[in-house]
Design a protein around this ligand. Structure first.
Ligand code: DLZ
Length: 153
């Protein structure tokens, strides 16, 4: 199975961090699953407190960088979640490239880590695979990356 080697984190690693999840609403059933899985990992595996977790939604992936720019200073780390499907998105490359660059720019400018939870895939089936509907769920990796980056100071 592909995936990162995880850092050594415990059930209390995330207990003092403030986390912002911003997610798009396009491809909503896949997004819903990714957000639920990310949240479950943060709370149950790493002890993030519910009161320290904020979830905000935006229309589409294009809006993710702006929402993060507006809110990130109030958090230790943010996770941006979106699903961009090439087969259904005429301007897929344009959106993907700009969203990626925008998220990178925000983390470097703000000094706050932004975890890249944007699936850029060729088909809906690939998105379902990466969301764990029938394949390896990527969301727990995003939660682990968020906790690791938030406490690495
Ligand atoms: C317009 C559009 C299209 C065609 N496809 C997607 C997609 O697959 N995933 C996604 O997150 N957003 C999509 N959008 C919406 C844009 O991201 C954006 O919300 C609108 O263009 C409004 O700025």
């Amino acid at each position: 199975m592909k995936g990162p080697e995880l850092a050594e984190l415990s059930k209390t690693s995330g207990q003092n961090i403030k986390v912002l999840i911003v997610h798009a609403r396009w491809n909503a059933y896949i997004i819903k699953r990714l957000v639920e899985s990310t949240t479950a990992s943060l709370l149950q595996r790493y002890g993030v407190q519910e009161a320290n977790l904020t979830i905000r939604s935006v229309p589409g992936s294009w809006e993710l960088p702006m929402a993060l720019k507006q809110d990130i200073q109030n958090y230790d780390v943010a996770i941006a979640i979106g699903v961009l499907i090439k087969g259904e998105t005429m301007h897929f490359e344009y959106i993907s490239q700009n969203v990626s660059a925008g998220l990178m720019q925000i983390q470097l400018e703000s000094g706050k880590p932004v975890i890249f939870g944007v699936l850029t895939v060729l088909t809906q089936e690939q998105a379902e695979q990466r969301a764990g509907i029938h394949g390896r769920d990527h969301a727990p990796d995003w939660a682990a990356a968020a906790v690791e980056m938030a406490i690495a100071k």
